[in-house]
Design a protein around this ligand. Structure first.
Ligand code: AVJ
Length: 364
C-alpha cells in the first residue's frame, strides 16, 4: 500500500534540523538516535508530497499575479519566518481566535473524548498539534485511543511533534502523512476503529465557499457511520473586534503579510520590495470575511525571471493575500449540509469579544 510513497522513520538528522524551531512543543532530548529506535515501533510517516509548502508556488504565483484582482494564496505566509510570526500573532492581545479556541477545548475536551471514545484522531493541517494535546490528555484517552494521524505539509514539524507525543503518550502510535489537506486526504490510512477528525485553528476560514465545500466533502469521505469531525471556526462579532485582530498595534500582522513577498522572492528569485507595500485588513460584510491585502503607494514593477513573470502593480490595485471567513451557527449548519455532514453540536464561546466555535459534525 505504501509502494510509491516514501516511508520514513525519524532520523537523527531530520529531527536535529528542527532544533530551535519555535513551535517545538517539548524539550529536545539529548540522544535522538536512541529516541528514534525506542519509538520506531510506534511511528511511521508517509511522505505523499515532499515538496513542502512551496511545492506549487511557481504556478500559483504566476496565476495569481496575472489574475484580476491580483491575489496570492494564504498558504504562502508560512515559511519558517512566517510560522514564527504566526506564533507571535496567536499571543497578541488583539488576536482573540487562538485563545478562544484553546478555552473551548479546555472546557470540552474531557467530555468529548469520554462520549466519543475514538480509537484514532486524524488531524488535518496538524502543525505542532499543540492544542490536540488537550484531547490526548483526556482521562479516558488511554482506554480507547490508540493512534494519532497528523497530516501536514511540513515533515519537520510532523516529525518533531510526533517525537514529543510518543514520549508523552505511551499508549499512542503515530502515523504521520506529509501532504496538503486540500489534495491528499485519500492518503489518510484506513481507520483502525472509531475516528475523530480534527480541523482546528480556524483554517477553514481561509477557504472560499466552493473550495470549502469540496474540502468538507472530502472530509466526509474519511468518516464512517460512528465517526465525527471537529472543526474550529471564527464567528461573526462586532467589526471593531474583528478588524483589530488583523491590525494589531505592534504591527506583527503587517510583517506577517509582507513576509509572503520575502518567501516568494527567495523561492522564485522575484524582486518584490516588501517595504513598499502597506498592510490592509478590513471586514467585508457582504462576504462575511476579513480580507488582507498588500497595497503599494507607488507603482511596483515586479519580475521573477525563473517563472517568466513581469507585472506592474499600480496604487489603484492591491494584492489580496488572505480571506478569513467569519461564520454564524446557522451558516455553519448550512455549509456542513452542503458537504453531506450534519451539525451535531456547536460549542461556542459566550464572551462577546471571543466568539469562536467548535463544530462537531457527523455524516448526514
Ligand atoms: C490561521 C487562518 C486561522 O485567518 O485568522 C492570522 C491566519 N491571518 N492573522 C486567520 C491569520 C492573519 C489565521 N488562520
Amino acid at each position: 500500500m505504501n509502494g510509491a510513497r516514501g516511508r520514513a522513520l525519524l532520523t537523527p538528522r531530520s529531527a536535529a534540523g528542527t532544533l530551535g524551531a519555535p513551535w517545538l512543543p517539548f524539550p529536545l532530548m539529548t540522544d535522538l538516535a536512541h529516541a528514534s529506535t525506542e519509538y520506531a515501533a510506534r511511528l511511521s510517516i508517509d511522505v505523499v508530497d515532499a515538496g513542502g509548502v512551496a511545492g506549487r508556488m511557481a504556478e500559483d504565483v504566476l496565476a495569481g499575479l496575472t489574475a484580476v484582482p491580483k491575489q496570492l494564496p494564504p498558504k504562502y505566509f508560512y515559511d519558517d519566518a512566517g510560522s514564527r510570526l504566526f506564533e507571535q500573532i496567536t499571543r497578541l492581545p488583539e488576536y482573540y481566535p487562538s485563545r478562544a479556541e484553546r478555552e473551548l477545548l479546555e472546557e470540552t475536551a474531557d467530555e468529548l473524548m469520554a462520549e466519543l471514545r475514538p480509537a484514532e484522531i486524524v488531524e488535518l493541517g496538524a502543525g505542532s498539534s499543540a492544542k490536540t494535546r488537550r484531547l490526548l490528555s483526556a482521562p479516558t484517552a488511554p482506554e480507547h485511543l490508540r493512534r494519532f494521524v497528523p497530516l501536514d505539509v511540513s515533515r519537520e514539524i510532523v516529525e518533531s511533534s510526533a517525537l514529543g507525543l510518543l514520549a508523552d503518550f505511551p499508549y499512542l502510535s503515530v502515523h504521520g502523512v506529509i501532504g496538503d489537506f486540500e489534495r491528499h486526504l485519500h492518503h489518510v490510512p484506513q481507520a483502525i476503529g472509531r475516528r475523530l477528525v480534527l480541523f482546528l485553528g480556524g483554517t477553514i476560514g481561509n477557504l472560499h465557499p466552493p473550495e470549502r465545500t469540496a474540502f468538507l466533502a472530502s472530509v466526509r469521505g474519511l468518516l464512517g457511520p460512528g465517526d465525527r469531525v471537529l472543526i474550529g471556526l471564527d464567528l461573526v462579532k462586532d467589526v471593531a473586534t474583528m478588524e483589530a485582530a488583523y491590525n494589531d498595534s505592534a504591527g506583527v500582522t503587517a510583517e506577517f503579510n509582507r513576509n509572503m513577498l520575502r518567501f516568494i522572492n527567495r523561492e522564485l528569485g522575484a524582486n518584490f520590495e516588501p517595504e513598499a507595500f502597506a498592510h490592509r485588513a478590513f471586514f467585508n460584510a457582504e462576504h462575511s470575511r476579513i480580507e488582507m491585502h498588500l497595497a503599494p503607494s507607488v507603482p511596483q514593477e515586479v519580475s521573477a525571471p525563473d517563472i517568466s513573470l513581469s507585472v506592474t502593480i499600480s496604487p489603484s490595485e492591491t494584492i489580496w493575500t488572505e480571506s478569513s471567513y467569519k461564520f454564524t451557527p446557522e451558516s455553519v449548519a448550512g455549509m456542513l449540509a452542503d458537504a453531506g455532514l450534519r451539525l451535531e453540536r456547536c460549542y461556542a464561546n459566550d464572551r462577546p469579544d471571543r466568539r469562536f466555535a467548535l463544530a462537531l459534525a457527523a455524516p448526514a
